[in-house]
Design a protein around this ligand. Structure first.
Ligand code: GLN
Ligand code: ZN
Length: 756
């Protein structure tokens, strides 16, 4: 029997019941002290570590825990603190400064936040131009010691690797990259030296950037820094960990000097490359065979087969069995999901269950397959039972998708004429993105309703009263196109997941999205289809209260797909088409009921881009097709809007155009004007609303400031194509600040209009 190791790449921070989120928010609200926050989150952390041990994991990650974001942790670890947060730093504790960078203060805007590779996790972008890096407090060491003292576990510190860390940051030019790597080299070395002296044997340096398209210089730099590390810090086992895709330059990467290379064997074609190019004899291969991005249980026989194939190229004793990436991206455990039919529950696997699968595979690989025979059979039965069940049979709303037209018929310049005639909007129309403040009262009522403390009727009545209140407020403010406010929605994907066929919604299936914000992605288990109208009641009610236009509000097919956990027995693109067809029915219902402006949000379009550029075209084609499938059946005079946030547009401009939406609204504040320049370089002939103020901060923007933003945008975009709206939905804002900001926005619009 050879000794195979099991490992984990990272564990959810949030606790089984989002305890972590609650602690953070209590602290931000001044309800607990910093000491209490640290103690309470330590308990959550230790709990997670203990569980990993119990599940049978040999190499347990430490330091992957964070109080906000691991990229921000790395910035702070190396003292990469933007100047605006260094001022007055004495009046704050280091932790307060840490949160200030992430969340902003009244004098300093927060650092930019953006998507972590192709996930729905957001990281805080490092700003390298303003400070000289230095190794501050060695946090990974702190976590290592804590884990050893408290639990007797020899943890594996996890640190963001230098190439990925620097590449994800901004504030330098491409040509300065090598210099920056040199600057960090001694710091990484010192960090690792200190770990080694403290007795650390394994350390994981995360380099997911290796799974994207790398330049020659990037590779060169990677080689240099890892060579330096291996020379200066011999005797510590460095795992260079990649994930989310196959590495770009397989041969170079696997030959980097390190004890182990971690590869993703779920996404991409790592096995093929291994078969073709082999693997260095003197290295461990950390084989990510358990899907860290999805929630389905694996067929252990198939996974063991994969490991056996790997073992033809790598000695078993050099194989480390592990998930494909950090389990940050899946919920903690399915244990509490008592309301699920066992047929489905048995086929699910969240973080804790994935660790159990990992440990079993390790056992299966090191001894005989026989040793996990029972578990293999159980896994096969669980999957087969689901596949044979009613959940995987076509549902009643299923339509023949390939018979649906995905084309509006008339081109935009002709459609817009009938739209203008029908809608009669002023120049530079004002609107919002959809959601209005979800006050504690809204959340309280929803919770009461969920617990059965108020009836459906009482809840509906309450939602209606909010809609009524806000229609009046919007009229009073003087907005041109109103919204109903989305008070009935907790989350823009979960809400639809609860109403469409083929989806299920869990009780505790939370994953971190950004900061303390967690989302509960619905799970698509079967064929998706339209069951009943989902948004019609609210939109129609809102419209009945006003002579202004009310904009219908839906989440688009691509976003629903990307923010759900998707069944893995059929192609994702087929699931996408099913969602699109279902939304098409909803849009038709809205139109039938007199809603003539319909917004179909696609904030997740860009994040779904595959990491490898050669797969972009297929994705974008299918995404565009799905959007059009959903929206193409309306009359020419019905106006289709879409909305996107955090979109870095340059490279998807063609696709944005191809969506053929009549109006698009985009967030601009946090990407600091870069977007407008995208429009300078690309002509865009349809209507567009570039967010004119940032909704992520409680600050109320002045009329002047908004006017400036509008005027700047109008230098690039003709006024008769331009809409005036905030950056994104307002659900996280307070009522007073929202009203004040929107008043200023409407005033700004008026003034600019008059000056036209
Ligand atoms: N209509 C949604 C809202 O306003 C859009 C949210 C988003 O872009 N993420 O909340
Ligand atoms: Zn948005």
């Amino acid at each position: 029997m050879s000794n195979v190791l099991s490992s984990n790449v990272g564990y959810p921070r949030i606790g089984g019941n989002r305890e972590w989120k609650k602690e953070l928010e209590k602290f931000w609200d001044g309800k607990i002290t910093e000491e209490e926050l640290l103690n309470n989150t330590k308990a959550i952390r230790l709990e997670g570590l203990k569980k990993q041990k119990e599940k049978g994991i040999d190499l347990i990650p430490v330091g992957d825990f964070s109080l906000y974001d691991h990229v921000l942790d790395t910035s702070v670890l190396f003292d990469v603190i933007p100047k605006r947060f260094q001022e007055n730093a004495d009046s704050r504790t280091p932790l307060e400064t840490y949160f200030a960078i992430a969340r902003g203060t009244k004098d300093a805007v927060a650092s930019e936040m953006t998507k972590w590779f192709n996930t729905n996790y957001h990281y805080i972008v490092p700003e390298f131009n303003e400070s000289k890096p230095a190794l501050k407090e060695n946090r990974p060491l702190f976590f290592y010691k804590e884990t050893k003292e408290e639990l007797g576990i020899e943890g594996k510190p996890v640190i963001l690797g230098p190439i990925t860390f620097i590449k994800l940051g901004k504030g330098y030019e491409e040509k300065e990259f090598p210099e920056l790597v040199s600057e960090f080299r001694p710091l990484y070395i010192q960090l690792l030296q200190e770990l080694k002296e403290a007795g650390v044997t394994w350390v994981q340096l995360d380099e997911p950037i290796f799974s994207t398209s790398l330049s020659e210089t990037d590779l060169q730099q990677a080689k240099q820094i890892y060579e330096a590390i291996s020379e200066e810090v011999p005797g510590i086992n460095v795992i260079i960990q990649t994930y989310f895709e196959t590495v770009d330059a397989y041969e170079e990467i696997v030959n980097l000097p390190a004890a182990a290379i971690g590869l993703d064997f779920v996404h991409g074609n790592s096995l093929e490359l291994l078969q073709k190019y082999g693997f260095p004899k003197d290295k461990y291969l950390a084989a990510g065979v358990i899907d860290g991005r999805n929630v389905w249980r694996h067929d252990l026989n198939e996974k063991l087969g994969l490991l056996e194939s790997i073992s033809r190229f790598v000695d078993k004793k050099n194989i480390i069995v592990q998930p494909s990436c950090s389990l940050l991206h899946v919920p903690v455990t399915k244990e509490g999901e008592t309301a699920l039919d066992p047929v489905i529950k048995n086929a699910l696997s969240f973080a804790d269950e994935k660790l159990a699968e990992t440990a079993l595979l390790k056992r299966g690989l090191e001894s005989e397959k026989e040793s996990i025979k029972k578990e293999i059979e159980e896994s096969i039965t669980a999957i087969r039972t689901l596949n044979d069940s009613k959940y995987r049979k076509p549902t009643k709303g299923t339509v023949k998708i390939n018979e649906l037209k995905a084309d509006r018929g008339l081109p935009f310049n002709e459609r817009i004429v009938s739209q203008k005639e029908k809608l009669q909007l002023p120049l530079l129309p004002t609107t919002t993105i959809g959601s209005l403040p979800q006050t504690p009262e809204v959340r309280k009522q929803r919770l009461k309703w969920r617990k059965g403390e108020i009836t459906n009727q009482e809840y509906d009545q309450y939602i209606k009263s909010e809609i009524e209140k806000w229609i009046a407020i919007q009229e009073e403010i003087g907005l041109d196109v109103l919204v109903h406010g989305e008070f009935e929605r907790t989350d823009m994907v979960e809400y639809f997941g609860e109403k469409l066929n083929g989806f299920l919604v869990t009780k505790f299936g939370w994953v971190q999205s950004y900061g303390s914000r967690c989302v509960k992605p619905p799970i698509i288990f079967g064929d998706v289809s339209f069951d009943q109208p989902m948004t019609v009641k609210e939109s129609v009610y809102a419209q009945s209260l006003t002579d202004k236009r009310v904009k219908g509000m839906l989440t688009g097919p691509v976003t629903i797909l990307n923010w759900s956990f998707v069944r893995d027995d059929i192609s994702r693109f087929d699931v996408l088409d099913q969602i699109a067809a279902a939304l098409r029915s909803e849009i038709e219902e809205l139109e039938k009921n007199g809603i003539n402006i319909i917004q179909v949000d696609e904030p997740a379009l860009r994040e779904g881009l595959p990491l490898k550029e050669d797969k972009w075209k297929e994705y974008l084609d299918r995404a565009v097709h799905a959007f059009r499938l959903a929206t193409a059946s309306v009359e020419n005079s019905t106006q289709i809007h879409t909305h996107m946030c955090y979109s870095d547009f340059e490279d998807i401009f063609e696709a944005i155009r191809a969506l053929d939406a009549d109006v698009i609204s985009i967030e601009t504040s946090r990407s600091h004007g870069e977007l407008i320049s995208a429009f300078e370089e690309n002509t865009y002939d349809k209507e567009i609303g570039l967010g004119v103020y940032d909704i992520h901060s409680p600050r109320v923007p002045s009329t002047e400031e908004i006017k400036d933003n509008v005027t700047r945008a109008l230098k690039t975009i003709p006024a008769n194509q331009f809409w005036i709206n905030p950056d994104c939905g307002l659900k996280t804002r307070k009522e007073e600040e929202t009203i004040a900001a929107l008043k200023n926005m409407v005033e700004a619009a008026k003034e600019v209009r008059e000056a036209q």
